[in-house]
Design a protein around this ligand. Structure first.
Ligand SMILES: Cc1cc2nc3c(=O)[nH]c(=O)nc-3n(C[C@H](O)[C@H](O)[C@H](O)COP(=O)(O)OP(=O)(O)OC[C@H]3O[C@@H](n4cnc5c(N)ncnc54)[C@H](O)[C@@H]3O)c2cc1C
Length: 528
């Protein structure tokens, strides 16, 4: 959008790592605000301000994928209620920005926070423990992180970028001064030879993996990322029976934990522990299941057991530490107190620009700062235009789009709602694909709104190349229900196989590999 020629390459799938594994909140960070005031820390305050300002753009630019969410914070005494409601009034005051989305695109803006009495709180969230004193309601944003990332990728492609998944950078070519001239890249799906990608400028946006690329470019650079693991587990939505989320203000290790409605289930998380083996997928471990369930138990009216856990996932935060390991923010070196802000670094020897740290909510600001630096180096003067650039799917989207799809294509209500909320204005293309072939108009599984047409669409329009690309990131089933993902795998293999010319043997092999992965997750969580 600034007139540069861009190629974007991703080692596995778009959003395969941290960006599909977040809490999915679009927020300034209530906890950072508390810390900012407690420690008189202006850096934290700036971060809250950035988050709250960006929250607006995230919702405005893709209202089908991000929406306001009410969060209830239960309290057990009058004093606690006063403390939390005063803090949240401050949060309201800081947010200040009005959401500029047409009325037909968003159901609920960000109403001010409110101290609820016990009766009101229990009416809003019937599963809440009757032992509470009262509760405070406030609003933040929620999004589908992996699909938001996909909408960004598709929007970049439509603006002229070349985007490729399953292509890994595994080296650089340098000139005799050590300056990067080409990246050596290798296709991860087909076993084809590595090849060179020449560019004037390389921009490293690899989140928790950023140090590996920095040191590939210049081995003398010192590490900047302090990786921290956070997990979520998934419970049935019936536990709370509410469309609101809950914030648990303090766990036994002094953190906040969220319980959020997501796609008909409840996400419970997260944790925050240093993580060292970046090569290993950060899966949900048995002790993490125990910790999260024990944390939740005092806030719910029924007994919660590990048998209710339907799925779970872990992610690695790309926390940023100061150069040369000088921890200024934290004295105890725990990752939970490191800043979530971002930094753009330019290595003068290799010329590599790295975008480090940050959080999902501020992705646009991070991208703006990084591309400003690229433009500065390339001597291109063009302003950032992303503030009001609607993403793919936002065009022709409106709240009652699902009703129009129902009127035109006669699919069940849940299917129409699912298509509108995931594909936005593009849902009609998908619905037309399904309407043209009775087999594609069938559900993948009887109890879920996903259509077989989505498998074909994901291959043709969304660059899905593996069963996991589809189940984990295109429709999110792997994040919601491991058992259901297991059952869906052969159907997905069959239809992806047709679209990608996989033999029957190949379909079976891929299904077995994927099911074995899910079984390994199930085995760990059963140990809890
Ligand atoms: C548990 C948890 C909860 C969170 N909750 C929130 C939240 O509610 N709200 C919020 O705003 N933020 C949240 N965050 C933070 C946010 O998710 C991250 O800051 C963000 O997703 C990081 O994005 P990224 O693109 O920097 O990293 P990633 O999403 O990890 O992307 C980096 C990509 O680089 C690729 N890569 C690595 N090496 C190579 C290579 N050699 N060649 C090519 N590609 C390569 C990887 O495959 C990966 O996909 C949370 C984080 C965690 C862990």
């Amino acid at each position: 959008m600034r007139g540069l020629k861009v190629a974007l390459i991703e080692k596995t799938d778009f959003a395969a790592e941290t960006s599909s594994r977040s809490t999915k909140l679009v927020h300034g960070g209530v906890r950072y605000l508390e810390q900012a005031f407690k420690n008189l820390d202006f850096a934290q305050l700036r971060q809250v301000r950035h988050g709250l300002a960006e929250r607006r753009f995230v919702l405005q630019n893709a209202p089908h994928l991000a929406h306001p969410l009410g969060l209830i914070t239960p309290v057990f005494s009058w004093w606690e209620g006063l403390y939390i409601s005063s803090g949240l009034k401050l949060y309201d005051w800081f947010s200040g920005h009005r959401l500029q989305v047409p009325d037909n695109q968003v159901a609920n803006r960000f109403p001010p926070s409110r101290w609820l009495n016990k009766r009101e709180a229990l009416e809003m969230m019937p599963g809440l423990s009757p032992n509470i004193h009262s509760a405070v309601l406030y609003y933040d944003g929620q999004m589908d992180d992996a699909r938001y990332c996909l909408a960004l990728i598709q929007s970049a492609a439509e603006a002229g970028a070349v985007v490729v998944n399953h292509l890994e950078v595994n080296g650089f070519q340098k000139n005799d001064k050590g300056h990067l001239v080409a990246a050596i890249v290798k296709n991860q799906v087909e076993n084809s030879p590595a090849f060179e990608l020449k560019a004037k400028q390389f921009l490293n946006c690899t989140g928790p993996y950023a140090d590996a690329i920095r040191q590939m470019a210049n081995p003398s650079l010192t590490p900047r990322i302090r990786a921290s693991k956070g997990v979520h587990l998934v419970l049935p939505q019936a536990v709370f029976n509410s469309d609101k989320a809950m914030l648990i203000p303090k766990t036994r290790d002094g953190r906040m934990v969220f319980v959020l409605p997501f796609e008909g289930s409840l996400l419970l998380g997260t944790t925050d522990e240093p993580y060292l083996d970046l090569e290993k997928e950060p899966v949900l471990e048995a002790d993490e299941v125990r910790f999260l369930l024990e944390t939740l138990q005092p806030f719910v009216s029924t007994k919660i057991g590990k048998e209710q856990v339907k799925a779970g996932f872990g992610g690695i935060r790309p926390l940023l530490q100061p150069p040369n390991n000088q921890i200024t923010v934290s004295t105890n070196h725990q990752t939970k107190s490191l800043l979530r802000d971002h930094e753009v670094e330019r290595d003068p020897i290799s010329g590599l620009i790295s975008l480090l740290g940050g959080k999902w909510t501020t992705y646009r600001l991070m991208a703006r700062d990084a591309v400003d630096t690229v433009c500065g180096v390339l001597d291109v003067s063009a302003d950032c235009q992303t503030e009001n650039h609607r993403l793919v799917g936002a065009e022709k989207y409106e709240l009652d789009l699902w009703k129009k799809i129902r009127a035109e294509f006669s699919f069940d209500e849940d299917i129409c709602q699912h298509l509108a909320s995931k594909y936005g204005g593009r849902a009609t293309v998908l619905a037309a694909l399904a309407a043209g072939n009775y087999e594609l108009a069938e559900r993948i599984l009887p109890n879920f709104p996903f259509l077989k047409a989505e498998i074909v669409y994901a291959v043709q329009e969304e660059m899905a190349l593996t069963i996991r690309d589809f189940l984990a990131r295109r429709i999110r089933l792997e994040f919601l229900d491991w058992e259901a993902a297991r059952q869906a795998a052969p159907v997905v293999a069959k239809w992806m196989g047709k679209a990608l010319a996989w033999s029957e043997t190949e379909q079976t092999k891929r299904t077995e590999e994927y099911v074995a992965l899910l079984d390994s997750f199930l085995k760990i969580s059963k140990k809890a």
